[in-house]
Design a binder for this molecule. Structure first.
Ligand SMILES: Cc1cc2nc3c(=O)[nH]c(=O)nc-3n(C[C@H](O)[C@H](O)[C@H](O)COP(=O)(O)O)c2cc1C
Length: 353
């Protein structure tokens, strides 16, 4: 069978391979999935203003993210239960990202523990934190992330409750019992009943979290904190005031509040407001090198991809993720060459109509 040419072909192939309910869990979003669709459409709707007769014989994509060198400005987004796509799950993503020279963000809800991922990976990793009502559990997760050598904490702030994912209700979707909540298993009182574990975890997320909670988090860790799930300049400024190192402009891939602003539309006001006081990243609907170029032009330092690496994992495990990362890297370099911008530092709003 031929190797997929692009991320859409990976999705089609994954759809053929995965059980329908798993495909729906990955692909779906909240409500009418307006935001899922608009995330992709918003990047597609932006037009570029290329320059010509620029020497683009060498396009340079290497940069840093929170001081860590990366080969190009991309991270894998935290996604729960990578083992639903492939038995190697998060370990395959760890190896593929390390080999590609980009950063992996491991979910609190991962199916491989942070210690297992650390043992498998030589790359830079961030830990995505869901703040638990039981602060002792949160503290324990933070301490473990530090001990395991994670480079940053990525605090997800758009899940005071789980979004209305109707596909999952229709399918009565349940994570199979053999796929564990690997980071949380030791804090759960239910023994081997995995479904009870998942239920418990979803009940554990702290809906009373506020900006003050960030102060508490900062007081218990020396790691830089990145907040994920910001969509307005107002919140971006509050994040800066509370000392974050980075902000991920994200609507959780359209899985939380349906009909919120697309991330491509939210990014410019946030980048303008932040004025370099924190690094700004964006995710949601990034599918092409041109999407990365547009995100950088609108003020992002890097992008995150979610579903595309899950499709690749489902199609071909670690090799699939490696291929998708290589494909996006090549596509970014080609887009920079054709747009007449061989250096990341020259890419700016003038590139967008
Ligand atoms: C199956 C799935 C699981 C996810 N799990 C998490 C999670 O555990 N924590 C989190 O912060 N975001 C989670 N997200 C959101 C992603 O981190 C990211 O924001 C989103 O997928 C980006 O959009 P994209 O899929 O269009 O690239 C998940 C997304 C998907 C598709």
């Amino acid at each position: 069978m031929s190797v997929p040419l692009n991320l859409r072909e990976y999705e089609q192939r994954a759809r053929e391979l995965l059980p329908q309910a798993t495909y729906d869990y990955y692909a779906g979003g909240a409500g009418d999935e307006l935001t899922v669709r608009e995330n992709e459409q918003a990047w597609a709707g932006l037009r570029l203003r290329p320059r010509v007769l620029v020497d683009v014989s060498a396009c340079e994509t290497a940069t840093t993210i929170l001081g860590q060198p990366v080969t190009f400005p991309l991270l894998t987004a935290p996604c729960a239960f990578n083992q639903l796509a492939h038995p190697d799950g998060e370990l395959a993503v760890a190896c593929a990202t390390a080999a590609a020279g980009v950063i992996q963000t491991l979910s609190t809800m991962a199916s491989r523990s942070m210690e297992e991922v650390t043992a498998a990976s030589t790359g830079t990793r961030w830990f995505q934190l869901y703040c638990h009502r039981d602060r002792e559990i949160t503290k324990a997760l933070v301490e473990r992330a530090e001990a395991a050598g994670f480079a940053a904490l990525c605090l997800t702030v758009d899940v005071p409750a789980t979004g209305n994912r109707e596909r999952d209700f229709r399918n009565n979707f349940q994570v199979p019992a053999h796929i564990p909540l690997a980071n949380l298993v030791q804090y759960l009182p239910f023994g081997q009943d995995e479904m009870a574990l998942h239920y418990y975890a979803s009940k554990q997320f702290d809906a009373s979290l506020t900006w003050e909670s960030l102060e508490w988090l900062r007081s218990i860790t020396r790691l830089p904190i990145v907040v994920k799930g910001v969509l307005t300049a107002e919140d971006a400024l509050l994040a800066v005031q509370h000392g974050v190192a980075g902000i991920v402009v994200s609507n959780h891939g359209g899985r939380q509040l349906d009909s919120v602003i697309s991330t491509a539309d939210a990014l410019p006001e946030i980048a303008t407001a932040v004025q370099g006081q924190a690094e700004v990243y964006v995710d949601g609907g990034i599918r092409r090198g041109t999407d990365i170029l547009k995100a950088l032009a609108l003020g992002a330092r890097a992008v995150l991809i979610g579903r595309p690496y899950l499709w690749a994992l489902a199609v071909n495990g670690e090799a699939g993720v490696t291929h998708v990362l290589q494909h996006l890297h090549d596509d970014l370099k080609l887009s920079m060459a054709l747009a007449g911008y061989p250096k990341l530092s020259d890419i700016g709003p003038q590139l967008i109509c």
